[in-house]
Design a protein around this ligand. Structure first.
Ligand code: L14
Length: 341
């Protein structure tokens, strides 16, 4: 029998937190005690895990005493404030927010791509989970990067509302319902209507004209692949989809690589499923990826305007592999290779 762990989930009642609890259960994570935490008014509710009810307690500075692993998805402000208290009490934090990702002392990990980076969790006691759009892109591009090198990436995303949380899922549903019933839609979450619309705006705008989400894709990809020479330019777009992000990705490799070689590489890549048969109208779609853990890749074809160009269409569930599943996979590495010894 391996060791089992005291695990806390911070932000347990949120869209990502509830999937984290589901992932821990589905994957049979070795849990001794599970502690569910939330900020503000969500505390006091009850959630089910392995057929039993667990109370949701208020997230405080002392919540992590006696906890081995704390998985956070309670927003950037909560992570910034509480992760150091958790670490001080000997709890290793796996943080899903953007708060710690670019800290040079914090590893940024996709288990299929750079599991070795987990080792440096000892610096701060914190491991960061990358941004959802970064994770699915890098899961699919890492095998290409290792084989042929990457000079430049041009990516446009088509991102689901669930990334913003439950309130945005309700907003899309309520706006669509209002419009189809000839009522004036209400707008509370995004600066513009999202139903039957596309917003080239995710997270906040920065001084360089890009959004923070776009710069996350650039900076996090370079950190994970440990290569600042890769040029990455992103346009991130919110679309009226509930679950799964889609991405149009143009890659310029250093060495020549054919679409057939890319297809063969990706067919053997961990966490990737190739769905690419245009003759049967088969390509990855958000509605098929929702609820799954794989990153789906299709429309693999040459960019005929440059010598070493490949185009891809990459789709994955932003709440599962883009957040909860990736965080739980990191916790599994910790449990197996570091804390379980
Ligand atoms: O984790 O979709 O950096 O509004 C922040 C923006 C997650 C998605 C992050 C969104 C993202 C979120």
């Amino acid at each position: 029998m391996g060791k089992s762990f005291n695990v806390a989930v911070a932000g347990a009642t949120g869209a990502v937190g509830s999937q984290m609890i589901a992932c821990l259960e589905e994957r049979g994570f070795p849990i001794n005690n599970l502690k569910l935490l939330a900020t503000g008014k969500s505390a006091g509710r009850k959630l089910r895990f392995r057929g039993k009810e667990f109370p949701v307690e208020e997230l405080t500075e002392t919540s992590f005493r006696g906890i081995d692993i704390g998985i956070f998805s309670a927003g950037g402000a909560a992570s910034e404030k509480y992760a150091p208290y958790a670490a001080k009490d000997g709890c290793v934090v796996v943080d899903n927010s953007a708060a710690w990702r670019m800290d040079p002392d914090v590893p940024l990990v996709i288990p299929e791509v750079n599991p070795h980076a987990v080792a440096t969790y000892t610096n701060k006691g914190i491991i960061a989970n990358p941004n959802c759009s970064t994770i699915q892109m890098v899961v699919a591009l890492a095998p290409i990067y290792r084989k042929a090198g990457i000079k430049r990436i041009v990516v446009s995303t088509y991102q689901a509302v669930s990334g913003t949380g439950k309130k945005a899922i309700d907003e899309l549903y309520n706006q669509a319902e209002a419009i189809l019933n000839s009522r004036e839609p209400e707008k509370n979450v995004y600066p513009h209507r999202i139903a039957f619309n596309c917003l080239p705006h995710i997270d906040i705008f920065l001084d360089n004209g890009y959004t923070k989400e776009e710069m996350k894709m650039t900076n996090e990809t370079r950190k994970i692949l440990e290569d600042d020479s890769i040029g990455i330019t992103a346009t991130t777009v919110r679309v009226p989809v509930f679950f799964s992000h889609s991405e149009s990705v143009n890659v310029e490799t250093r060495d020549p690589i054919t679409p057939e070689e890319v297809r063969a590489l990706l067919e053997n890549a961990p966490g990737v499923e190739v769905v690419d048969d245009p003759s049967k109208n088969l390509y990855p779609m958000a509605i098929d990826a929702a609820g799954k853990d794989e990153t789906f890749v299709g429309r693999i074809r040459a960019d005929e305007t440059i010598p070493n160009g490949i185009n891809l269409w990459i789709v994955s569930d932003n709440i599962r592999k883009g957040a909860a599943t990736n965080a739980v996979q990191i916790a599994e590495i910790l449990a197996k290779d570091y804390l379980g010894k």
